[in-house]
Design a protein around this ligand. Structure first.
Ligand code: CAA
Length: 258
């Protein structure tokens, strides 16, 4: 496991698995865990043999937030000088599609980690929330920004300002999750979704994720321009030729991820 202590990492076919593993702290994300998750995700990201990454926790907790005990005594200056949470930007910048498989608590930084993923599969026991105001702080891993973009202002504001938890059904209605599945099926479903994605041509996956990301960050005109360029670039890939030939010849494609 490359010496990881707070996560478990496994490659299954073209899918990379990252499992948060600090059961004694409900998978709270301390600095070590952040570094390990980011390192594991970046290692999968530069591996051509990986077409999708799954991030998951336990049935009881995806992650109950950033580690409160680690942060409690820090000053504002400490947070700036150590760039506390800064490494998460590298997780969000991973080009490979990332699926969050969420059961139990996804609170604070745990909810924000899920929001950095591309697909959020939730078990019917998942509970999401941004309880930071109760601690005298606010979300610090992108929650205020990504929740507003994902849910709209009023739903996001109510969640952030009250700090209340929402269950999987409410999260699905709010558009915070891609899909809800029975808790017992969560990992199988995550495996299935991840494999479905990972089998697709890697250049198309990178381009699709990059274009989807631009949608959250740019004007419509800029986004459409980006999309058209990314679309055009894919016509110089072997997998585009193979995918379209296979369609014409009425056979299954055989992709090389090139
Ligand atoms: N940080 C550090 N330790 C945590 C933790 C966290 N975020 N969440 C849980 N733990 C620890 C508990 O302290 C406890 O440890 P001890 O046994 O040593 O006391 C252990 O995990 C089990 O937790 P509980 O006994 O509290 O379990 P519970 O089932 O009674 O309650 C819970 C579960 C409601 C999730 C509760 O643990 C809780 O409220 N946790 C904190 C949630 C929170 O506020 N998260 C936001 C953190 S701030 C943040 O994330 C900033 C950001 O924007 C990035």
């Amino acid at each position: 496991d490359a010496g990881y202590e707070t996560i478990r990492v496994e490659q299954r076919g073209r899918v990379g698995w990252i499992t948060l593993d600090r059961p004694e702290a409900l998978n709270a994300l301390n600095t070590q865990t952040m570094r390990e998750v980011v390192a594991a995700a970046e290692a999968f990201d530069v591996d051509e043999g990986t077409g999708a990454i799954v991030v998951t926790g336990s049935e009881k907790a995806f992650a109950a937030g950033a580690d409160i005990k680690e942060m409690e005594q820090k000053s504002g200056l400490d947070m700036v000088l150590t760039d506390h949470f800064g490494a998460w930007a590298r997780f969000a910048a991973v080009r490979t599609p990332v699926i969050a498989a969420v059961s139990g608590y996804a609170l604070g930084g745990g909810c924000e980690l899920a929001l950095m993923c591309d697909v959020i599969l939730a078990s019917d026991r998942a509970r999401f929330g941004q309880p930071e105001v109760q601690l005298g702080v606010i979300p610090g891993m992108g929650g205020t920004q990504r929740l507003v973009r994902a849910l709209g202002y009023y739903k996001a504001a109510e969640i952030v300002l009250t700090g209340r938890m929402i269950d999987a059904a409410e999260a699905e209605r709010a558009g915070l999750v891609s899909r809800v599945v029975a808790a017992a099926d969560l990992l199988d479903e995550a495996e299935s979704v991840a494999r479905t994605i990972a089998e697709k041509p890697l250049p198309a996956l990178y381009a699709a994720k990059a274009a989807l990301d631009v949608a959250l960050e740019s004007t419509l005109a800029e986004g459409v321009r980006f999309e058209r360029q990314a679309f055009a670039a894919l016509f110089d890939t072997a997998d585009q030729k193979e995918g379209m030939a296979a369609f014409r010849e009425k056979r299954a494609p055989s992709f090389t991820h090139r």
